[in-house]
Design a protein around this ligand. Structure first.
Ligand code: ZN
Length: 186
């Protein structure tokens, strides 16, 4: 299955789930963050890795105190376990996908403008072997600051996003993602 060339049917670009200000997308809130996250594409559930902490207005919090957090979420589509230590700049997200996962292209066409749809479909390219029938994983990474999208298809073992490093492991319906904040030494 190729996702290239699919067309957006979204009429009002303001309602785009990625670059617009739809009430049904949390991107408008996360865009204030200087961090990265993950998007579960089929239900557009946006997860912040929690590498830096912010208050409700999106202002950075000083995190001098050492603490870790763990959060479990079942979106109905995916099960997520997020954990991290913001003061150390490390976090991980374990995603369990449904057994017959595949990207819901209709949902994406309806809620993304063409520019954003192209970014997402680009990220869905899979390395497919000849005799293997494989669906794209309905997940991607997002840089909240630039709105760039990074692939979470298997075959990718790691990726660098500005001051962040993300690596991933795949096992059937499970994807384990580790993210680190690694700023340059001053
Ligand atoms: Zn858009």
């Amino acid at each position: 299955m190729s996702y290239e060339g699919i067309k957006s049917v979204l009429e009002d670009h303001e309602e785009c789930y990625l670059c617009g200000s739809s009430d049904r997308s949390l991107m408008g809130y996360y865009r204030n963050f200087d961090t990265i996250g993950l998007i579960s594409l089929n239900d557009w559930y946006v997860v912040d890795f929690g590498l830096k902490e912010y208050d409700d207005q999106g202002n950075p919090l000083k995190s001098d105190d050492a603490h870790t957090f763990t959060q479990m979420t079942n979106t109905g589509e995916v099960f997520l376990m997020t954990s991290g230590s913001p003061d150390r700049g490390m976090a991980s997200v374990d995603v369990s996908l449904p057994e017959d996962y595949r990207p819901d292209t209709q949902m994406l066409q309806e809620h993304l403008c063409q520019t954003c749809l192209d970014k997402i479909t680009d990220s869905l390219k899979t390395s497919k072997w000849k005799y293997e029938k494989k669906q794209a994983i309905p997940l991607c990474l997002v840089d909240f600051k630039t709105l760039e999208i990074y692939s979470l298809q298997d075959g990718h073992v790691g990726c660098s996003i500005r001051d962040y490093w993300v690596d991933m492991e795949y096992d059937g319906e499970k994807v384990e993602i580790h993210a680190y904040y690694l700023p340059r030494r001053e």
